[in-house]
Design a protein around this ligand. Structure first.
Ligand SMILES: [Zn+2]
Ligand SMILES: [Zn+2]
Length: 240
């Protein structure tokens, strides 16, 4: 069967994420758009992912839990974990790699952890959009050590991407797919960076606002959505 997946969505935990982006509102919108699988990928934090996953379970939306991590090189990477324990371990890893910089909510936005009923349970002090103290190759190794999924984000973007920060794909870097933004087609990215085009790509919305969710998505083929099936389905995406 074909499942619609939008693997890059920010919640109210991302300073740039709209305050409407509660896990329950995200799931409701995903469902109304006919998405079967979403990724909760807040900047440098996984703390709203599990709640989204629980709400998703009740609504037939499978949630990949993880974060969009900003590496030392300022490359954004989607990192997803297979279960609650590895998610916690990955969060501990992120906690140990933050370079503390006080968030100013008026300037950058609120960073809110919420529960299933949209109650605020925590607010993160350190600004989450900054780079963490970890390079892209070490981050990838950590994600694979935890048996996760690793996808360099929006590789076509002129900021915070493999193409903008490193120009090339590091030789030893492993990944499950590369992500294209919804602008990749318009920018002729794959024609301009032809050496990227040998890879497998997903396309995601990188939604920060409710209406953005599912505006683009990737079709993944599998029996039924699960972490392992998604990993396999990513391997079977045909290169463009
Ligand atoms: Zn990004
Ligand atoms: Zn993003």
């Amino acid at each position: 069967m074909i499942f619609k997946a939008d693997l890059h969505i920010h919640s109210v935990l991302s300073p740039c994420g709209d305050l409407e982006m509660s896990p329950s509102a995200i799931i409701a919108e995903a469902k109304s758009k006919g998405l079967n699988i979403i990724g909760i990928s807040d900047h440098n934090s996984t703390r709203n992912a599990l709640v989204a996953s629980k709400i998703g379970q009740k609504n037939d939306v499978f949630v990949l839990c993880g974060a969009e991590v900003t590496t030392k090189e300022e490359v954004h990477c989607l990192c997803f974990m297979p279960d609650e324990n590895t998610l916690l371990e990955f969060q501990n890893f992120l906690d140990s790699k933050y370079i503390f910089f006080q968030n100013d909510p008026d300037k950058f936005g609120y960073q809110l952890v919420v529960d299933e009923d949209e109650n605020i349970v925590d607010q993160i002090d350190t600004l989450l959009i900054n780079a963490i103290d970890c390079g892209i190759e070490d981050l990838q190794k950590k994600v694979y050590e935890l048996n996760g999924i690793f996808i360099p984000a929006h590789v076509d973007k002129p900021r915070f991407s493999l193409s903008s920060q490193l120009v090339f794909i590091p030789e030893n870097l492993k990944f499950d797919a590369l992500e294209l933004s919804k602008y990749a087609e318009k920018n002729n990215f794959l024609q301009n960076f032809s050496w990227f085009s040998l890879n497998r790509f997903i396309t995601s919305s990188d939604a920060h606002y409710i209406p953005d969710i599912g505006t683009v998505y990737t079709e993944l083929e599998m029996e039924t959505p699960s972490f392992e099936n998604i990993r396999s389905a990513l391997k079977n995406i045909k290169p463009r």
